[in-house]
Design a protein around this ligand. Sequence first.
Ligand SMILES: O=P(O)(O)OP(=O)(O)OP(=O)(O)OC[C@H]1O[C@@H](n2cnc3c(O)ncnc32)[C@H](O)[C@@H]1O
Length: 479
Amino acid sequence: MAVSQNKPLPKNIKYGIVLDAGSSHTNLYVYAWPAEKENDTGVVHQVEVCKVEGLGISGYSQDTEKAGLSLQQCMKRAQEVVPEQQHGETPVYLGATAGMRLLSLQNRSIADRVLSAVEKTLHSSPFNFQGARVISGQEEGAYGWITINYLLGNFRQPGWLNFLPHLRSSRGTSGALDLGGASTQITFVPDQEPIESQENSLHFRLYGKNYNVYTHSFLCYGKDQALRLKLASDLQASSTRNGSLLDPCFHPGYLRIMNISDLYMNPCIANGEQQLPFTQLHLQGNGDYQRCRMTIQKIFNTSHCPYSSCSFNGIFLPPLQGEFGAFSAFYFVMNFLNLTTEKNPVPLDKVTSTVERFCSRPWHEVKAEFPKIKEKYLSEYCFSGTYILSLLENGYGFTTEKWQSIQFLGKIGSSDAGWTLGYMLNLTNMIPAEKPPTRPLSHASYVGLMVFCSLVLVAVLLLGWLTFHKPKCLQKGLI
Ligand SMILES: O=P(O)(O)OP(=O)(O)OP(=O)(O)OC[C@H]1O[C@@H](n2cnc3c(O)ncnc32)[C@H](O)[C@@H]1O
């Protein structure tokens, strides 16, 4: 049955499984780490990911049986990856994100039904199922931040700093920018302390170090919901009588028909449906980046700020600080547009001109060039690219200069950037508050270091003696 059971089994490896139930999909991640090093940082790696395409929370709510089957397929894959004798001890966690937060707001009983259907499937697996729950936006932001800093090795503290605790600082961590389908998160360690708004403030003590972290999750500002917000705002501003709308965020020649009820059946959009004299929306693209940007701008309310500084919608945002890793849809979109590089970030003006050029391309040409890409994704890269620029530049204030501190990340090593690893590390207590006691140096290194220091000391003393006590004959010869 198991693929990996034909191979020799690695010894002392532990496993953990996390399911990410998003708004449009479910992903199952299998993580592995050496048992004897589990409290070290950076030792856990993703060894498998199983994507259940098109079956997210919206899928579950419509067809729980089909969703259950897809889930079983991914659980089967996990059974193949984890050695059979370890199934019983391998924990499985399921976290549902913004799609489920929205579904709970819309209809609590459907949301509960979805979770219990999922729980039933997971209870019947041979693994040690630990529960399914909806994670909060704050948790999603925090666990994403923990994941990328864990994988980037930013929680590692040079041993010598233990002797100089006053030099320890929380700088050197990377901020996290996560763009989902239904929500988006920004999380980083700001310079400014204390953090002005309590609900955006988190405190962690990890490996003996304190971190005061700022985080905010914007529900309804994931890229799918943001498109709906934009369309609802366009409709409100338009005087269309028949439901036809020219949309600058889609390619010239692109047509899309949407049911008005689908657009408004959503807690993100205040109900304005009943005033409309049509039931369908006919979108016609005209690929105009500048106009697209203007229409998107309207979904960010920047008219009030009860703090010293805000992002939008009156939400506190301290001055941006340090490097940022941008993942999930930030990466998917930028990667499609060839704007992600391993080393130097692509400058903001080049990103803007690339998106502008892409938006202006006729739809038939784009479709012919990328026949293998899902039409939903392909048709929305123009909107998504423009939305990312609006959110980062106007929403968060990444100027041309600050833009250079953003790295678009898909994977770090073999692991996907996202909240799931941070979630598992926390629930399995694999990130201790205090640094695990380790001997700073082995005996041999200690002896070597002492010998080296003694030689340097002797050399310095000799040099000093030669400089200040030159032999008399030499001094005479010089006069
Ligand atoms: O946290 P929430 O908001 O629930 O979001 P999610 O869990 O659905 O979010 P993901 O990070 O999985 O995906 C983010 C969005 O990117 C979309 N997406 C996934 N793969 C993509 C690709 O290759 N190209 C473009 N978009 C993609 C996906 O449909 C979502 O709208």
